[in-house]
Design a protein around this ligand. Structure first.
Ligand SMILES: [Zn+2]
Length: 441
């Protein structure tokens, strides 16, 4: 095909060619230009009319802190590191998922209407069960305590609730999965275990917990265990291992190999320092605040915050701030501003890329003024916006910092597995069943 009618427009018309007459095509073009101009002008008018409504755009965000917070959360919703809904359901409803309706307001701080109002995109469901009575467990943590059974029950109720509300929740096992669930308007649901006492002294149990979907293990709760020392609740707890036990060192390696996040909330300072040094993967504090702002053992001291980061001798981590009034301020003084002070302080010492949100809702009795339940996260974002945090920094705080850590842990696990790293076969050497002499065959 090489007719002159096809070639002529490409040549643009030379002096020997007659000026083309207006054609059907050029009329259509004129109409399209006209319509586009109309749309452009209408757009300009609309922007000028709604400029005030947008709040006067500063860096693309409204000046009004509440509207700015809403816009930030639209693209970067909250991913909370620690929500205790499962233990509330155990205590109030004996883990019967049909005994209440999460679509309506229930006692405590968490239900679907309030999660939606709070612009929540994901959270870790804490499959927590309490520390055993030390008199029953024994000083070497060897007596039966039902903690592994109870943990399985808490994982079970978490999964039952996630499955019961499929329009809202979606079980998420990887950072990619979290992002995809959020992009489809779901609340990405991850599961964490709050204390290695829930592993029954066994690294094999850790592996099985991973297979069940658990993605973090807090190394201790308020009690020491066979793996590590806790910071307890009140100051002055006497250490058992001076940090990690030999089995705890093996546990860190196996968590890295699996891609199970190491959670340092509740641990002693020595445990935290040793774990930071040993871990090949980034770590988290799922629900801890800053000790320099309020001096309680559960908060992270500055000398440990200084070990967090991406420079030499630092470990990437995210410290997710706890809202529990007891950890936030002196009695009666916990407010949304004091929680923001903790966020600011952790950001000042460790960097804004290393702070997140781990409210502890449903695990705390009292709440700070202004942060009464999961519907109130936007107010915290608004408070920090007024303190000069940018949208990128706030998007990090609300969830992206945590996703970076999860990504990093997954990457390290992949590398270790590709290198052919063997699973850990280490066992607690005080166990009489495995430690006894090999059976003669
Ligand atoms: Zn806790």
């Amino acid at each position: 095909m090489s007719s002159s009618t096809e070639n002529a427009p490409l040549l643009g018309g030379g002096p020997t060619l007659a000026r083309p007459k207006p054609t059907h095509n050029s009329k259509i073009r004129a109409i399209i230009y006209g319509v586009l101009t109309l749309i452009f002008v209408t757009g300009l008018v609309a922007v000028s009319v709604f400029w005030e409504e947008l709040g006067g755009v500063v860096g693309g965000l409204p000046n009004d802190p509440e509207k700015a917070a809403q816009r930030i959360l639209d693209i970067a919703p909250v991913i909370d590191g620690h929500i205790d809904l499962p233990i509330l359901v155990r205590d109030l409803y004996r883990n019967n998922a049909s005994a209440f309706d999460l679509e309506k307001e229930i006692p405590g701080h968490v239900d679907i209407p309030r999660l939606r109002k709070g612009q929540v995109g994901g959270f870790f469901w804490s499959a927590y069960v309490s520390c055993p009575n030390p008199d029953i467990e024994g000083k070497d943590y060897l007596n039966s305590t039902w903690r592994v059974r109870d943990t399985l029950e808490q994982i079970d109720i978490s999964k039952l609730l996630i499955a019961r509300y499929p329009d809202t929740f979606e079980l998420a096992l990887t950072s990619k999965h979290v992002k995809s669930a959020i992009s489809r308007g779901k609340i990405a649901s991850l599961i964490g275990i709050e204390g290695a006492h829930q592993l029954g002294n066994s690294i094999a149990v850790l592996r099985q917990m991973y297979d069940l979907g658990v993605r973090y293990v807090t190394l201790t709760h308020v009690c020491h265990n066979a793996f590590a020392d806790s910071c307890g609740f009140a100051p002055g707890i006497i250490p058992r291992w001076e940090g990690l036990s030999p089995l705890g060192v093996s546990l860190i390696g196996e968590m890295n190999r699996l891609g199970m996040l190491i959670d340092l909330s509740h641990t002693s300072d020595d445990t935290a320092r040793q774990a930071l040094k040993l871990s090949k993967a980034p770590v988290i504090w799922s629900h801890s605040s800053a000790r320099a702002v309020h001096d309680v053992p559960r908060n992270v001291p500055d000398d440990i915050l200084e070990l967090v980061g991406t420079g030499p001798d630092k470990t990437d981590a995210v410290v997710m701030v706890n809202f529990a009034p007891f950890f936030v301020a002196t009695p009666g003084n916990a407010t949304i501003q004091s929680v923001a002070d903790h966020v600011d302080h952790i950001a000042k010492i460790a960097g804004k890329k290393h702070v997140g949100i781990g409210s502890d809702f449903d695990g705390i009795g009292d709440v700070p003024v202004g942060l009464e339940d999961v519907s109130k996260y936007p107010a915290l974002i608004a408070e920090l916006y007024t303190r000069g945090w940018t949208r990128f920094e706030l998007a990090g705080l609300t969830g992206r910092n945590l996703l970076r850590i999860l990504d990093g842990a997954e990457r390290v696990a992949k590398e270790l597995q590709e290198l052919g790293t063997e699973p850990s076969y280490d066992y607690y050497d005080k166990r009489p069943d495995l430690a006894r002499k090999k059976r003669e065959l």
